[in-house]
Design a protein around this ligand. Structure first.
Ligand code: ATP
Length: 204
């Protein structure tokens, strides 16, 4: 179970979203909606504990969270197999059966990460989620660069593997993933305007 109570998050010291509350049960997904700049990335990073909240509380099972950003986070000098094996080793887990097939990477196992197309890199980045075994996923535009076939591959993995095993996902996306999932429009949680306009580290 993921619970979020009265969460207020900020960029550059300026509140972006205020008093966000929701809960997501095991086996369920929540889709975050809202226009560009509303604060989806900021909220996901705060939920994952990568930046401090200004106020409020986030609870989920300890060491079970994982955040995946716009960036693929792959190692360009390693092959596809080596990339996934690296993450499996970090998390002390074996590579799941069929992981290459699940993300349509079987024919690319020996290719260097740096030589993959944008969509192939994204599939590899998403396959990493299937390797690390974390229960609570915070995903920022996970299907960027993916064609329709690959979007379905990802949605199928999410539904049939991650959620079916009791996982949770909070996903910021502008497209329809074809999931039976509630949506939370963040527009009503926009923090009051602050003319200060602070700056902060930029995230990929
Ligand atoms: N490095 C930064 N320093 C200061 N403010 C920033 C920085 N990066 C983003 N912001 C601001 O924080 C607010 C929230 O940005 P955020 O990236 O969380 O929005 P988003 O909903 O994910 O947008 P998008 O849909 O375009 O990805 C925006 O007003 C944005 O301009």
């Amino acid at each position: 179970m993921l619970t979020v109570q009265n969460l207020t998050c900020a960029r550059g010291g300026v509140p972006v979203l205020a008093d966000v509350s929701f809960a997501v049960e095991a086996g369920r997904t929540l889709i975050l909606r809202g226009p560009n700049g509303i604060g989806k990335t900021t909220l996901l990073r705060t939920l994952a504990g990568l930046q401090p909240a200004i106020g409020g509380e986030v609870t989920f099972p300890e060491d079970e969270g994982a955040y995946a950003s716009h960036a693929d986070g792959i190692k360009t000098a390693l092959t596809v197999t080596e990339n996934l094996s690296f993450w499996a080793d970090v998390h002390g887990a074996p590579l799941p059966d069929g992981i290459f097939e699940t993300f349509d990477l079987a024919d690319l196992r020996d290719r260097l990460g740096g030589t993959l197309s944008a969509g192939q890199k994204r599939r590899l980045g998403l396959a990493r989620l299937g390797v690390i075994g974390r229960k609570v996923l915070f995903l920022d535009e996970p299907t960027v660069s993916l064609d329709g076939f690959s979007v379905k591959l990802f949605a199928d993995w999410l539904q049939n593997a991650h959620l079916a095993a009791g996982g949770i996902a909070v996903i910021a996306t502008h497209i329809d993933l074809g999931l039976d999932a509630p949506e939370l429009d963040l527009t009503p949680f926009k923090a009051a305007d602050d003319a200060g306009g602070g700056s902060d580290e930029a995230f990929l």
